[in-house]
Design a binder for this molecule. Sequence first.
Ligand code: GLN
Length: 501
Amino acid sequence: MSDTQKRLADTLPFMSATEVSALVTSKEVSAREVAHTMLDRIKQLDGDIHAYNEVTPELALAAADNLDKRIAEGATAEELGKLAGAPVAFKDNMNLVGTHTTCSSKMLEGFQSPYDCTAVRRLLDAHTLPLGKLNMDEFAFGSSTETSATGLTHNPWDHKRVPGGSSGGSAAAVSAGMATITLGSDTGGSIRQPAAFTGTVGLKPSYGRVSRYGCVAFASSLDQIGPFSHTVRDSALALGAIAGKDPLDATSMNVPAEDYFASCNQGVEGMRVAVATDLLEQEGLDPRLKKEVLDSAELLAGMGAEVVEITLPSTKYGLPAYYVLGPAEASSNMARFDGIRYGHRAENAEDILDLYMRSRSEGFGDETIRRIMIGTYVLSSGHYDSYYMQAQKVRTVIRDDYKAVFAQADVLLTPSTPVLPFKFGEFADDPTAMYLSDYYTIPVNMAGIAGMSLPTRLIDGLPASVQLVANHFRETDLFRAGAALESSFAFPYDSVPAGQA
Ligand code: GLN
C-alpha cells in the first residue's frame, strides 16, 4: 500500500460527503480509489459487524468509473454537486436493479429487484457510489435488527449491543465508517432510534416529502425514507437529492426540495425551541438522556434561540395507537407474499389453502407473524370499531397536539429514545417492553411531521442523542437547529472502536 493509499484508508471512512466530493472533483483522489478503499474496509470490518446483506463491487466501480470519466472530460465540481463520489448504501427493503431486495426475510430470499426505488435512483443520480444493501429487522418490524433472517448486526460502539432497528444495518454501516451516507425507512422510529444507538444523524422527513416508490411497504400511511450520515450537513445534502414530487408515488407532495445545506449555516437567532416538560418526567427515561435535552436547550438559548416550555399530553397514546394502525396496514401489505404473487413457495402443497399456509409459515419469522395476527384481528368485523377506528381518532388528537405546539415554536426538542443501546436478547421474552424504545419517535410518524436524531456525547462509551421535531415540511428548521447543536457538541464519531483499523 502506498502512503497516499494508507492515508486515504485512515481518513476516508469518517469524511463527510462534501470532503469526499472535494477530493474527487479536484482529481486529488479518483472515485475508483474511493470505491476500492471502502470495499476493502467492508471486507475487513463487516465480518464482525454484519451491516451488509449484499456488497456490490461491480455497481460501485461502474459508478466510480463513470464519474471519473465525467471529471476527465471536464465536468466541474459545481456541475457534479457536493455528493459526487460519496460512498452510499441502502436498506434492503429498497429496490435497485442489479441487487437483491430481501427485507432480511426468508420470504424474499434471492428476490431480484425488478426496478429502482425512486429515492435510491435520485441519490445515485447525484454521482454517489453504491456499495450494497443493508441488514434490517424482517420487513422493518422491530427495534434491534434481531428479527433479521440473515443474522444480527452488531453495534460498532459495543459489539454486545444492538444497533437499534429496524434500519440497524444502515446505522451501523455509517457508524463504522463503511459508508458515508445510507438510506433507511422510518415507520415509527426506524431511522431515528438506530441513529441514536450508533452516534449517527438520522432524519425522518415529513410524510410526502420523499417518494416511497420502490420501497417495500410496512404501513403506507406512516412510512418515509430518509438518510443516515455522520454530519447534519450531509443529511441536508442527501435530503436535497431525494426529496420532491415523484409521479410514481401519489402520496409524494408537489413541493420542491429546498436548499437544506444553506439552512445549516443560518444559525438559531430568534428561533423558538419548545421543550416538553411532561415528556421529560416520563417513567423509564434514563436521567442521563433527560440531561442531554436540557443541556441542548441551554446551548440553543446561548446561541440566541428562545426556549418555551410546553406539554404534549397525547404522547402516551402514540404507542398503543401505533400498535393498532401499524399492524393493520402491515397485515394488508403483507398479503402479497403468498408464494404465488411474491415470495417463498412451499413444496408439495396439497391444495391452494395448504400452499398459502405453508408458504407463509415457512417464509415469515415470528415478529412478522405477530404483526399480521394483530393487524387482521383489529381489522376484523367485530373489532374494527373498538380498535382501528379508535386508533384513527387518537391519531387526530396527536396531530392537533402538535399543531398547538408549532403555533408557539419552530422546533421541539425531546429525547430520541428513553434508553441507551441495549444488549442482545434483553427483550427476547417481552416484545412489548422493546416497543417502548420508540416512545418518543412514534407520535412524529402519526402526525406526519419531520424528526431528526442527533448524537450529543458519549456516555460510558455509548452514544447519547436528542431528537428535534419540526412541523410538516419545515425540515429547514431541523437543519438550522441541528447544525447549531452539532457544532456545540462536536460528537466524536470518528472515535468508534470498530473504526480503528
Ligand atoms: N420499532 C417500530 C416497530 O417495530 C418501528 C419500526 C419502523 O419504523 N419500521 O414497528
